[in-house]
Ligand binder design. Structure first.
Ligand SMILES: [Zn+2]
Ligand SMILES: [Zn+2]
Length: 229
């Protein structure tokens, strides 16, 4: 695993570990709750740039990187979206897959039946974001292999985070060009939100890599290095 240092709330630093092979993060104790909005966006961008399709094969058993005990699978809910992670029984922290992290942060939601209908008019197959299997939209509205609903990245969430980022930057002395950069990022985000469904790039991403990855690719395109680094 690779160590990464991110900004937390109130000027703190949060150290996390990333494993690109397992497609997962390790957070010491409650560090995932202490991430600033900018750091959450940075991880979102990281996931977009480092995800590979399908489910990664994880070591069995998974061991705690701090105390080496076997991690236990845990279930939780974010709104009505279930997600899973592995926790250390000695409370050292938790290990969470990229997709599950996005669910925990409320970035993923299942498609409504209207959205599935709209999708069907544009593509026949999408890859399941949960297991990587191909879903035939002509006949199925959930994945026939893992039974996960067809889900996508909630495009409103990154926008809310940009707002928080703007507010967080307010009291601090900051780069005088930042308001302008934020305004242009927001404009780009809104423009892209309005027509993301029509972009040929988006539809081809959706059918080859799944809807979540298509959304992540779009977000990674919008977030400039300067904004989140
Ligand atoms: Zn442990
Ligand atoms: Zn599936």
């Amino acid at each position: 695993m690779t160590a990464m240092t991110l900004d937390g709330h109130l000027g703190t630093k949060v150290a996390i570990d990333v494993c690109a092979t397992c497609q997962a993060f390790w957070f010491d104790r409650l560090e995932s709750l202490q991430l600033s909005a900018g750091s959450t966006l940075k991880l979102m961008k990281f996931i977009g740039e480092h995800s590979s399709p399908g489910k990664p094969s994880l070591p069995d058993p998974l061991r705690c990187p701090r105390c080496a005990t076997t991690l236990r699978l845990a279930h939780n809910m974010q709104r009505n979206m279930p997600f899973t992670y592995w926790r250390c029984a000695n409370d050292d922290g938790h290990f969470i897959g990229f997709l599950e992290f996005l669910k925990e942060k409320n970035f993923i939601h299942p498609l409504s039946s209207e959205q599935i209908k709209e999708l069907r008019q544009n593509v026949q197959f999408v890859n399941c974001s949960n297991c990587g299997a191909s879903i035939n939209l002509e006949s199925d509205s959930v994945c026939s292999f893992c039974h996960a609903p067809i889900s996508m990245l909630d495009m409103k969430q990154p926008q809310r985070m940009l707002e928080q980022l703007k507010q967080a930057a307010d009291p601090r002395p900051m780069d005088p060009a930042l308001p302008l950069k934020l305004a242009s990022a927001k404009l780009q985000l809104e423009t892209s939100l309005a027509d993301f469904g029509r972009s040929p790039e988006w539809w081809s991403d959706a059918s080859s890599s799944g809807l979540v990855q298509a959304g992540l690719n779009a977000v990674a395109r919008w977030l400039s290095e300067k904004l989140v680094d």
